[in-house]
Design a binder for this molecule. Sequence first.
Ligand code: ADP
Ligand code: TRP
Length: 356
Amino acid sequence: MSALPNAKTVLTGVKPTGAPHIGNYIGAIRPALRLAAEHGRSYLFIADYHALNAVHDPKILREDSYQVAACWLALGLNPEKTVLYRQSDIPEIPELVTLLCAVTPKGLMDRSHAYKAAVDKNKAEGRDADADVNMGLYTYPLLMAADILIAQTDIVPVGKDQVQHIEFTRDMAGYFNNTFKNVFKLPNYQLESGVAGALLPGVDGRKMSKSYGNHIPVFIDSAARRKLVMKIVTDSKRPEEAKNPDENIIFQLYSHFATPEETMAMREAFTKGGMGYGDAKQKLYDVLEREFEGPTKIYNDYMANKKKLDDILDAGAARARKIARETLSKAREAVGLNGLPGVHAAAGEGQLQRKA
Ligand code: ADP
Ligand code: TRP
């Protein structure tokens, strides 16, 4: 494992919220896969406990969780290297939440963006401030801190909206380490936008987003993919007219999937004139097909064979629990509780060990 020059631990949690689109792929999935490949240890888990705060249909929670696993595997996650697991298969995580609760001020949760946003929305609508806010949403940062700290994580790749959670995680680790002893590593975040660059536009030119319904899903059949590409909005310039590629949705999408040479060729053809929108759409379709036809087949195979996914997730959970039990045991001993049975404290720390 530590044969790689960078022996740091990278960890990412993914909330199961439906199938990804090509913007999610470029902005979040691909950078996280690259980061995992570059580092000595990597963990990727399905944040199903977090999803449970909002999803109260057991069938949907189960199916969406499988979707996350199938998605990342299809897009190149190597489960031999990156430990892939369900958050809910690691009982040490909620136990660590209990320990963190003892050193976490309530005010920290009150300041959480996600909670404040819910309260502001309620107030704006003239409702009770805490209407529809459950304790899961309120304590979301505690669970997220436990996810991260339990694996002794160095780096968490995140979108901007998640930065506060990592700062809170560092705060909680600091409170604990200072109150008891140094058990937790303080994690750093790495912003996804720094890796990925610009946001992808949707077929209507606004930011590609599920909530606008202007997205191109990653896993669809070729005919549906073609149909969506053909829907991309263009102006009425004729093929022979010169066009500005940088104001052009087709070109912007194309540049994320084409080789540098292909991108340069389309840029020149648009700039000089002679590239019609129909032609360009066909080229975009071709590169999307090249990128996603194979993964879509793998994804569909996994979704039709859940046993395979269960086996991979079970094996991942067994690996993740090893570090989770070591960390939790240290934290329990630090506060004056028994360590976990069968987990040996690090040599030289002079901690009591319980018999298995
Ligand atoms: P959506 O807006 O479709 O609901 P999310 O907000 O769930 O997408 O985004 C999940 C992740 O995907 C974000 O962290 C963000 O980095 C990335 N992402 C979302 N939309 C885009 C986009 N249009 N271009 C690039 N990255 C995106
Ligand atoms: N909160 C993250 C999101 O909404 C998901 C998540 C849960 C997570 N636990 C995590 C991300 C730990 C990184 C590390 O996208």
